[in-house]
Design a binder for this molecule. Structure first.
Ligand SMILES: [Zn+2]
Length: 106
Protein backbone atom coordinates (compact mmCIF):
# COMPACT_ATOMS: atom_id res chain seq x y z
CA UNK A 1 0.00 0.00 0.00
CA UNK A 2 1.35 3.40 -0.87
CA UNK A 3 0.72 6.74 0.71
CA UNK A 4 0.87 10.21 -0.72
CA UNK A 5 2.08 11.42 2.65
CA UNK A 6 5.84 11.90 2.85
CA UNK A 7 7.66 9.53 5.17
CA UNK A 8 8.12 11.16 8.57
CA UNK A 9 11.40 11.49 10.33
CA UNK A 10 11.96 8.63 12.75
CA UNK A 11 13.64 8.84 16.15
CA UNK A 12 15.43 5.53 15.59
CA UNK A 13 17.73 6.70 12.86
CA UNK A 14 15.34 6.90 9.95
CA UNK A 15 16.31 10.47 9.29
CA UNK A 16 19.61 11.19 10.94
CA UNK A 17 19.83 14.64 9.41
CA UNK A 18 16.58 15.82 11.03
CA UNK A 19 17.22 17.97 14.07
CA UNK A 20 15.14 17.28 17.18
CA UNK A 21 13.77 20.47 18.63
CA UNK A 22 10.95 21.30 20.99
CA UNK A 23 7.46 21.79 19.62
CA UNK A 24 7.79 25.56 19.61
CA UNK A 25 10.10 25.21 16.63
CA UNK A 26 7.25 23.65 14.66
CA UNK A 27 4.67 26.27 15.65
CA UNK A 28 5.08 28.20 12.42
CA UNK A 29 4.33 25.16 10.28
CA UNK A 30 1.15 24.40 12.22
CA UNK A 31 -0.05 27.98 12.70
CA UNK A 32 -0.55 28.26 8.95
CA UNK A 33 -3.13 25.46 9.17
CA UNK A 34 -4.75 25.89 12.57
CA UNK A 35 -6.94 28.89 13.27
CA UNK A 36 -5.14 29.65 16.50
CA UNK A 37 -1.63 29.72 17.92
CA UNK A 38 -0.59 26.07 18.34
CA UNK A 39 1.61 26.90 21.32
CA UNK A 40 -1.62 27.40 23.32
CA UNK A 41 -2.74 23.85 22.55
CA UNK A 42 -2.49 20.82 24.85
CA UNK A 43 -2.06 17.60 22.84
CA UNK A 44 -2.89 14.15 24.22
CA UNK A 45 -0.78 11.31 22.86
CA UNK A 46 -2.88 8.58 21.27
CA UNK A 47 -0.35 5.94 22.27
CA UNK A 48 0.43 6.54 25.96
CA UNK A 49 -2.33 9.02 26.83
CA UNK A 50 -0.07 11.72 28.27
CA UNK A 51 -1.25 15.29 27.66
CA UNK A 52 1.50 17.78 26.95
CA UNK A 53 1.80 21.33 25.75
CA UNK A 54 2.51 21.71 22.06
CA UNK A 55 5.90 23.17 22.93
CA UNK A 56 6.82 20.09 24.96
CA UNK A 57 6.44 17.76 21.99
CA UNK A 58 9.61 16.73 20.18
CA UNK A 59 9.83 18.35 16.75
CA UNK A 60 11.65 16.63 13.90
CA UNK A 61 12.23 19.14 11.16
CA UNK A 62 14.24 19.22 7.99
CA UNK A 63 12.77 16.05 6.48
CA UNK A 64 10.03 15.84 3.90
CA UNK A 65 7.64 17.11 6.57
CA UNK A 66 7.53 18.33 10.14
CA UNK A 67 6.87 15.58 12.67
CA UNK A 68 5.85 15.98 16.30
CA UNK A 69 6.56 13.10 18.66
CA UNK A 70 5.47 12.44 22.23
CA UNK A 71 8.18 13.29 24.74
CA UNK A 72 7.13 10.33 26.90
CA UNK A 73 6.89 7.44 24.42
CA UNK A 74 8.28 8.93 21.16
CA UNK A 75 5.13 8.01 19.22
CA UNK A 76 4.27 10.27 16.30
CA UNK A 77 1.37 12.49 17.38
CA UNK A 78 1.15 14.87 14.43
CA UNK A 79 2.85 15.71 11.18
CA UNK A 80 2.46 18.31 8.48
CA UNK A 81 3.89 18.33 4.99
CA UNK A 82 3.58 20.81 2.18
CA UNK A 83 3.54 19.26 -1.28
CA UNK A 84 2.65 20.46 -4.77
CA UNK A 85 -0.78 18.84 -4.24
CA UNK A 86 -1.41 20.75 -1.03
CA UNK A 87 -0.73 20.73 2.69
CA UNK A 88 -1.12 17.42 4.52
CA UNK A 89 -2.03 17.35 8.19
CA UNK A 90 -2.00 14.02 10.03
CA UNK A 91 -3.04 14.04 13.68
CA UNK A 92 -3.92 10.35 13.82
CA UNK A 93 -1.31 9.73 16.52
CA UNK A 94 -3.06 12.01 18.97
CA UNK A 95 -6.31 11.38 20.82
CA UNK A 96 -7.23 15.03 21.44
CA UNK A 97 -6.13 18.63 21.00
CA UNK A 98 -7.32 21.09 23.67
CA UNK A 99 -7.43 24.68 22.45
CA UNK A 100 -7.47 27.50 24.98
CA UNK A 101 -10.77 29.36 25.24
CA UNK A 102 -11.16 32.30 22.92
CA UNK A 103 -11.79 35.48 24.94
CA UNK A 104 -15.42 36.47 24.66
CA UNK A 105 -16.63 33.04 23.58
CA UNK A 106 -16.67 31.34 27.01
ZN1 LIG B 1 3.05 9.10 24.24
Amino acid sequence: MTSDFPTPAAPDGGAESAAVLDGNAAAGEFSGILASDPTDVSVRCGSCGVAQAFGQLQAYMGGPGTVLRCRECAAMVARVARTPRGTWLDISGSSSWLFSPTPGLA
